[in-house]
Design a protein around this ligand. Structure first.
Ligand SMILES: [Mn+2]
Length: 421
């Protein structure tokens, strides 16, 4: 079995252990769904399902048990659909059984490609659930963190139906358990995140090579996303924020329609996703190439807060302590009212990766450090964001992009390159 496949089976073993621990050793079953295709939208599997299987097809599921006489680990895949494959190309399918009740060649092939010994068809999910649910006391299903404002999803409806059939079943949240595992990145994940960060660094270098007064924010967005795609990233990790002048103070500005002027600052909060892993890096640039004294004054405070936060981020520390370090620095400079968001979030398969903030940092955790000061009355917003890996001894910034005033001005004042168009 290849390294890649070992990695997923090792993750499933750890998930099974977490499951056994959470259910106190009582019989339980966990069901994670890949999700469904949505019109012409490019399909991406549910992050928790993907983390445990590496499988990218829709209408797939992972069924596992803990505390039961015979442990279950079944990957359910869609039935083959030759007519559909004319449109979509060959996808992983469940195959079937031979007359001798052995896996047919298609099933064997899917087993080989996924490293999963037990494959079944997704449309036979009810049958696959029969035995695990006969004894289970707990059913773990996944559910989005912000479920309340959204319509009920497939796994919620499924859990509701199963509970009607097995009224004694207690439903628990599988996502929280996978999030515990996803919070600490393995070497493979860190390698992919570094690729995403290197591409994002190239995009920031391109901004510094092209930015000039008179451009529209969307021109910078186009440049950034060109670099992402041309460098092999699958997509932006989140809508690119290119916010200039008054919009430098709008935290999640993503219209990017304004024409930039020479006295403006422009906040560029960008990141790509490479093989499912995200980068998220913000720099704030003076459009003219030079900060005004006032802009520089505020910029240096944010930079100092950034350093203070990095200093505070180490094994054993809490994210709230990292935030307090940044906020203290900004407060001592007199700007406390102008910093009104958190300093850090987890980063990984999602730009806002899940994980508890009530647990201390530990080696392998990746967080962002992104203090900012936003003075709307002066159209003056500054944010500086890097991605930080917690190490055995402290932390390491994973993104190599200039952030000192002198470096940024030098790069911005070098001869401009012009756009293709
Ligand atoms: Mn961020």
């Amino acid at each position: 079995m290849s390294d890649a496949l070992d990695r997923y089976s090792e993750r499933r073993n750890r998930f099974a252990a977490t499951l056994a621990q959470d259910s106190g050793g009582r019989p339980s079953a966990a069901l994670l769904l890949a999700g469904e295709e949505n019109g012409l939208k490019h399909f991406e599997p549910d992050p928790n399902f993907f983390y445990l299987t590496g499988v990218e097809v829709s209408r797939a599921a992972l069924l596992m048990t803990a505390g039961q006489a015979k442990p279950t680990d079944i990957l359910l895949l869609p039935a083959s659909d030759p007519a559909k494959e004319r449109w979509t190309g060959r996808v992983l399918t469940a195959g079937g059984l031979t007359p001798a009740a052995q896996p047919d060649p298609e099933r064997l092939e899917s087993s080989r490609l996924t490293g999963h010994p037990n494959i079944a068809a997704y449309h036979e999910l009810d049958e696959a659930l029969l035995r695990p649910l006969r004894d289970a006391e707990f059913l773990y299903v996944d559910c989005p963190e912000d479920a309340l404002p959204a319509p009920l999803g497939v796994s919620q409806l499924l859990a509701e139906r199963l509970r009607r059939h097995y009224p004694y079943l207690q439903v628990r949240h599988a996502g929280r358990l996978v999030a515990q595992l996803r919070r600490v990145k393995d070497d493979h994940e860190l390698a992919l995140m570094r690729l995403a960060m290197d591409i994002t660094a190239k995009a920031h270098a391109a901004i510094m090579g092209h930015l000039r007064p008179g451009q529209f924010e969307y021109e910078i967005q186009a440049l950034v996303e060109y670099v992402f795609t041309a460098s092999g990233a699958q997509s932006p990790a989140f809508p690119s924020i290119i916010g200039s002048g008054p919009y430098s103070c709008t935290l999640h500005y993503e219209r990017n329609r304004r024409q930039m002027d020479s006295g403006d600052l422009v906040v560029c909060d960008i990141g790509c996703r490479k093989d499912y892993y995200c980068a998220d890096v913000t720099r704030t640039y003076p459009v003219s190439g030079r900060f005004t004294p006032r802009q520089r004054e505020v910029y240096e405070v944010v930079l100092g807060a950034h350093r203070a936060a990095v200093e505070a981020a180490k094994p054993g520390a809490y994210v709230r302590e990292v935030h307090a370090a940044a906020l203290d620095y900004i407060a001592r400079a007199g700007y406390a009212p102008y910093f009104f968001h958190g300093t850090s979030h987890y980063l990984g398969i999602e730009a806002h990766d899940p994980g508890s903030y009530e647990k201390p940092l530990e080696p392998g955790v990746v967080i962002t450090i992104e203090p900012g000061i936003y003075i709307a009355g002066e159209d003056l917003g500054v944010r500086i964001e890097n991605d930080l890996l917690i190490t055995e001894t402290g932390s390491a910034i994973m993104t190599d992009i200039p952030m000192e005033v002198s470096d940024i001005e030098r790069l911005l004042l070098a001869p401009r390159r012009s756009f293709l168009l």
